[in-house]
Design a protein around this ligand. Structure first.
Ligand SMILES: O=C(O)CCC(=O)C(=O)O
Length: 277
């Protein structure tokens, strides 16, 4: 698709999602009892994190299993059970995230005993729309210096990701997740980048190189820390320094309003993502 068509589709998608966001603006106020401080922070900021979602021992066991599994593969491979071991950025030197291993459907090969209910208790009260868990990934970053620039994952529907660190991410050299506060809805920064990228060859439509630096939240944390983030907001994984490692589990959720089905492209995405329900 041409960049103009892509931009047009993204802007129309974003306008519709912002309309849906407006309609659902006060959702989290409806049931004050279930709107915990974490849910409120998530809806207002687009980001929330806390330590000790997993114990250090749980993290170390999972880390060992995931690394041992990943070491069986040297190139991108899809298994019969649907697990995909994706060696990112191997198509060309210019591709971002070169060196990162993304294991999609990692829960089919590693025994995960996550407290999904605890995550959903934070996300659910932010909306009255339907919430679906779509996939569980493991991200293995070892000295990935060329991570993707700030970007948004999509324009609609709302997607949340829960990042659970299995290794200590003490400072920026370890490649923490980073998020720009309050860019997950009604954000002029997102509209501005979308429009500006149209004229700049080096950026893809959803890249967001212009953002307010003073609104940046850098998600450092010890192993066991969870970060829940609205992926319609501007975010990235920081570039790592050589020799630094970060392993994280990533659980993906979709929040869907009936209005999302009005948009043709979103409709196709939703049908694909929801096939298993
Ligand atoms: O690796 C990270 O911290 C963020 C990756 C990212 O941008 C994403 O999963 O959408």
């Amino acid at each position: 698709m041409s960049k103009i068509a892509d931009t047009f589709q993204n802007i129309s998608s974003l306008l519709l999602q912002d309309l849906i966001n407006l309609i659902h603006f006060w959702d989290y106020k409806k049931d004050q009892k279930t709107s915990s401080p974490a849910s409120k922070e998530l809806i207002e900021t687009g980001y929330v994190s806390f330590a000790d979602f997993l114990t250090r021992k749980e993290c170390e066991d999972l880390y060992d299993q995931i690394i041992a599994f990943s070491q069986k593969y040297k190139e991108t491979t899809t298994l019969d059970n649907g697990t995909l071991i994706h060696f990112r950025g191997n198509k060309s030197e210019a591709d971002p995230d070169k060196g990162m291993i993304d294991i999609y459907n990692v829960d089919r090969v590693v025994g995960l005993n996550l407290d999904y209910e605890k995550i959903e208790k934070i996300i659910k009260p932010t909306t009255t729309c339907d919430l679906y868990t779509t996939s569980v990934h493991a991200y293995i970053n070892r000295g990935v210096e060329g991570t993707r620039v700030f970007h948004v994952d999509n324009f609609q529907p709302v997607v949340y990701k829960a990042f659970i660190y299995l290794t200590d991410v003490d400072d920026t050299s370890y490649g923490p997740y980073a998020f720009i506060n309050k860019t997950h809805r009604f954000s002029l920064q997102v509209y501005y980048n979308l429009f500006r990228n149209l004229f700049l060859k080096k950026y893809r439509s959803p890249d967001m190189p212009i953002y307010k630096k003073n609104r940046e939240i850098i998600g450092t944390g010890k192993k066991g820390t969870i970060i829940i983030s609205n992926q319609n907001g501007i975010h990235r994984g920081y570039p790592q320094e050589k020799g630094k490692e970060r392993v994280a589990l990533v659980v993906t959720y979709m929040v869907i309003s009936k209005l999302n089905y009005l948009h043709n492209t979103a409709k196709q995405t939703l049908h694909e993502a929801l096939k298993k329900f």
